[in-house]
Design a protein around this ligand. Structure first.
Ligand code: AMP
Length: 402
């Protein structure tokens, strides 16, 4: 998937939608604790398109999933989102306790132009994930135009993301446009040097993106638990750190490909290590890349922080996905926080900084950095990685092409 496909997609601002009944797929998969929305970034990200539609006197029916419910599980209800959205958007938001059937039809019908209806969690119906045609059709009957605004689910072929667009004229919203524009810009013709930072725990999730980045980036920094699989691939001692043994061969291939392509592949030069993963465990910093037998790597060390910060300073484009340590525990968050600060500083001097993935967003929040201090914070980790890998995103290829 690349810029060419995206250029052909209809955009909300170019579509004749004045006064129409819109069905919009949003990604309101937000953390909710006892009815309180803990992080509303994804809701706020949809506001630009929503306000545009309300100004055009559209009636907007919003559809979304929340979590991974097994059938109808009340704790996964989207009801708390309706009240929160009403406050944010300043327009009436009705809530329907199902996304299909009589009740939903009645609520949608009673809403007037310039008002919003949020339908209950799509995943309360197993047909959603099966991309069931009849379920998709029923969803489509809530309106006469479909807007794709759920960037975080574009890589899923579900009824509300892919199936539905067959039944309605459609377009992409402002959020999807911005996400694609930044990812496209960084991947197709990035300002150089282009530095990619890949962290997190699962090498298996990020193998394909690493292969793809080797064709595009000038420098790839690998941190987090991922780094230990790569160090093991170079026969470096990693102690008891997390290693995906079955991915060591892949790591070797990536190291070789980077070498052949003349791409700089940087692993941490030192590590913060502990004997037990506990917040009050005594910490040590290693003298080199190697980790002693009984130690576990939990964060990058100070020399790595300096080295990586320098690389960010020299870059013109930086893409970052995945924390560089167990950032959820304050004691092991330092490396990730330093990198977050370096990203914000680089943005000020004109570097294009792009960040993807829920955990990485968690890092910048912990660092006290707001998303607008970076060029772009993607709302979809999985979707952004699959886009970079060059895969077709079902939520886009199903849309009409101009
Ligand atoms: P991922 O979903 O692959 O992006 O992984 C994110 C997770 O990686 C976070 O929950 C981090 O706590 C974890 N992580 C980062 N560094 C390490 C490490 N050195 N050891 C274990 N887990 C880590």
């Amino acid at each position: 998937m690349s810029g060419k496909t995206i250029l052909k997609l209809a955009k909300v601002q170019d579509s004749s939608i004045k006064g129409r009944n819109i069905v919009m797929r949003v990604d309101y998969n937000v953390p909710i604790d006892k009815g309180i929305i803990v992080d509303d970034t994804r809701i706020k990200a949809s506001l630009k398109t929503l306000k545009y539609l309300l100004d055009l006197k559209c009636k907007v029916t919003l559809i979304s999933h929340l979590g991974r419910p097994k059938g109808h599980e009340p704790k996964y209800s989207l009801r708390p989102v309706a009240a929160h959205l009403q406050e944010l958007v300043g327009a009436k938001v009705y809530f329907a306790s199902d996304c299909i059937g009589e009740e939903s039809k009645r609520v949608v019908e009673q809403a007037k132009e310039g008002e919003i209806v949020l339908l209950e969690n799509l995943r309360f119906h197993s047909e959603e994930k099966k991309n069931d045609a009849d379920f998709a059709k029923q969803l489509s009957e809530h309106g006469d135009f479909f807007i794709q605004e759920a960037f975080g689910t574009l890589h899923r072929a579900h009824a509300s993301t892919a199936g539905i667009s067959k039944y309605l004229d459609n377009a992409i919203g402002y959020l999807v446009q911005k996400e694609l524009e930044y990812l496209d810009r960084s991947m197709i013709n990035p300002a150089r040097p282009f530095v990619a930072i890949i962290g997190g725990a699962k090498v298996s999730d990020k193998i394909d993106v690493l292969y793809s980045l080797i064709d595009k980036a000038d420098t790839i920094i690998i941190g987090g638990a991922m780094a230990y699989t790569f160090l093991a691939a170079q026969y470096s001692n990693v102690g008891k750190s997390l290693v995906e043994k079955e991915k060591i061969e892949d790591a070797k291939k990536i190291i070789l490909k980077a070498f052949k392509n003349d791409v700089e592949l940087l692993l941490p030069a030192d590590h913060t290590v502990v004997k037990e993963i506990k917040f009050d465990s005594p910490k040590e910093v290693t003298q080199s890349m190697a980790i002693g037998d009984n130690w576990i790597g939990v964060d990058i060390g100070p020399r790595s922080e300096m080295l990586f910060t320098e690389k960010i300073k020299m870059a013109k484009t930086v893409f970052w996905n995945g924390p560089l340590g167990i950032f959820e525990m304050d004691a092991f968050a330092h490396g990730s926080l330093v990198i977050a600060q370096a990203m914000a500083a680089a943005t000020k001097t004109g570097t294009v900084t792009i960040l993807g993935g829920g955990d990485t967003l968690g890092v910048i929040k912990k660092a006290g950095i707001s998303p607008d201090q970076l060029s772009h914070c993607s709302t979809g980790g999985g979707a952004s990685l699959e886009f970079i890998e060059g895969k077709n995103l079902p939520g886009l290829v199903s849309l009409s092409q101009n």
